[in-house]
Design a binder for this molecule. Structure first.
Ligand SMILES: *[C@@H]1O[C@H](CO)[C@@H](O)[C@H](O)[C@H]1NC(C)=O
Length: 320
């Protein structure tokens, strides 16, 4: 790989030569309109036959604020969304294929994806934007289980609401995409034994998210212990926006990815780059709590989690 300045020069030369969109336009998290995914949809009859599925970007519903009955509430109710800093949505098409199933949870599965091409549907001759790794970080696709489509829609709204925290305290979200598969087909993550509603196509719903780093160490002190609570998204960050994660547990706090092309952004609240990211907002909600109330609600959960992690145990929220 040539050194970064050379790559940039080549890209700029190539951009002006082809009339392609400048790279910063492609890098915006709302640049992708169409996602064509290979190896996600297979035939029920012969599971070795896979067909590409076309998913289209959807605009998430605005997060509805929830009014609660807690002791310390904001006088004006749940906070308003911070105005978006994004450019107008792009019209790029991304071709991707599934590499691996990384895990599955309450609402769906997380799949590792490889991006093979990015094309600009508005560009001259369907201008090919390349190479993809300059425009996009490593990505995962979070695909909803058939019975959890609404939860993923909620998560899409939460990522939208927390735009200012993407790349700061939560992953960058490159969009919420939907499509359909025929009754004769299923997703690789669907249970093959599950009964199929006759003649009903299955809605596919997925979030395209920045892939995170690894899990936190268990049995050792995190190096920045004295300030660590401030680094945890649940404490210092989503609080500012009123978001309650509702599922703060070991598996949902990860290291930030280590990609010099897509570094963590400086936190608007703490003035530094944080090493951790919170994930999994399918059950999150926007509340009317004050910062103090958020603190009361979560300091117990998070404090206990971190303490027991240092003692080489993982204490799940349902265990205390
Ligand atoms: C993207 O995938 C579609 C469907 O497989 C294919 O027709 C198209 O040529 C691909 N585009 C590129 C640029 O590879």
């Amino acid at each position: 790989m040539p050194p970064a300045p050379l790559v940039c020069l080549l890209v700029v030369a190539w951009e002006s030569h082809t009339g392609a969109k400048p790279i910063f336009v492609v890098k915006a998290v709302n640049a992708i309109r169409t996602l064509i995914v290979q190896n996600l949809v297979i035939s029920r009859e012969s599971p070795h036959d896979s067909a590409p599925v076309t998913l289209t970007a959807r605009t998430p519903a605005a997060a509805k604020g929830v009014y609660t009955m807690k002791p310390s509430l904001r006088p004006d109710g749940p906070p308003a969304r911070i105005p978006s800093g994004l450019p107008p949505p792009g019209n790029f098409q991304v071709n991707a294929s599934i590499l691996d199933i990384l895990g599955s949870g309450r609402c769906g599965s997380v799949l590792e994806v490889d991006i093979s091409s990015i094309t600009d549907a508005d560009g001259p001759n369907l201008g090919l934007i390349c190479p993809p790794e300059l425009c996009l970080p490593k990505l995962v696709l979070k695909v909803a289980d058939a019975a959890r489509l609404e939860d993923l829609g909620n998560e899409a709204s939460m990522y939208d609401e927390m735009e200012a925290l993407q790349g700061v305290a939560i992953p960058r979200c490159y969009g919420w995409f939907e499509g359909t598969v025929q009754p004769s087909q299923r997703l690789i993550t669907d249970d093959p034994e599950a009964p199929v509603p006759a003649h009903r196509s299955r809605r596919v719903s997925a979030l395209l998210l920045e892939k995170m780093g690894g899990m936190l160490p268990v049995g050792e002190r995190l190096p920045d212990r004295h300030v660590r609570l401030n680094h945890f998204p649940a404490d210092g960050h989503s609080y500012q926006l009123g978001i309650e994660q509702q599922d703060m547990r070991y598996a949902n706090i990860l290291y930030a990815p280590n990609n010099p092309r897509f570094p963590g952004k400086i936190c608007p609240y703490h003035g530094r780059v944080h090493p951790y990211r919170a994930i999994d907002f399918d059950r999150a909600r926007k509340t009317d709590w004050t910062l103090k109330q958020h603190y009361y609600e979560h300091v117990g959960t998070l404090g206990r989690l971190l303490e027991t992690m240092e003692m080489n145990m993982i204490l799940e929220p349902w265990e205390y």
